[in-house]
Design a protein around this ligand. Sequence first.
Ligand code: PAF
Length: 285
Amino acid sequence: MQICRTVADIRTAVAQYRRDGATVGLVTTMGALHAGHMQLVAEAKGTHDRVIATIFVNPTQFGNPADLESYPRTEAADLAMLEAAGVAAVFIPQVSEIYPEGDETIVETTRLANMLHGLVRPGHFRGVATVVCKLFNIIQADAAYFGEKDYQQLQVIRRMVRDLHIPIQIFGVATVREADGLAMSSRNVRLTPEDRGAAVCLSKALDAAERAAGAGASVAAIDEAMRAVIAAEPRGRLVAIDIVEAGTLTPVGGIPAGDIAIMLSVAFGPEDNPVLLIDQREIRK
Ligand code: PAF
């Protein structure tokens, strides 16, 4: 597995793959890899000759410096997992490589970035779109794979690719879960054992939403069913429940007529540096 730390090095690696006639799949990550990331790699490997992974803790998508500081960094373990999974090359740039001195260009999906989760984390999706656009331009893969757990992120990236005519295919990959239903996330390691146990309330709330929707409940009743589950878990603080039209993220009301997506975020731990967990479910009519 090639380890590339500069734009020039990863471009040289990709150029060789192209000379070999190989197709290239991309998995972008911030490291602290888990089974969810490895599922993205497996999907990419299933359909591409070479898989490239990136590890870059992107500072522009963190609002809170303490959150950036405490983001888990496990480079040696990450590299071992990627190598074992048959990844061809890993791109691990420094911040100055991605954001060179004097950098002033941003990418923003103006509507999708500034609604829902984007209101709770101002600037977050601008940071995501900007770094993902840069990584797409640097690597020029044929396709990239993103987890469906970060549902709004996936819609932001799809819209950016469409609007900027970036020649890459985007695939969403189903969330990988722990045995009790907790969505895998790099943030889970920051949970205390008690909060880890309590965190199952996210998937339970989504189960309650799915049951309510299946029984023909209104958006208000689905929301209420979820709130009841979170309220029953004193360790979790509800941050947001968003019930929207799948894909466009347009808010829905009444009894949903089409496919909906439900996005949920719940905070655990200290108020000044909480562990913010998110989960989502698409419910098809
Ligand atoms: O989902 C993530 O890990 C990050 O938001 C991403 C897409 C790698 C951009 O930094």
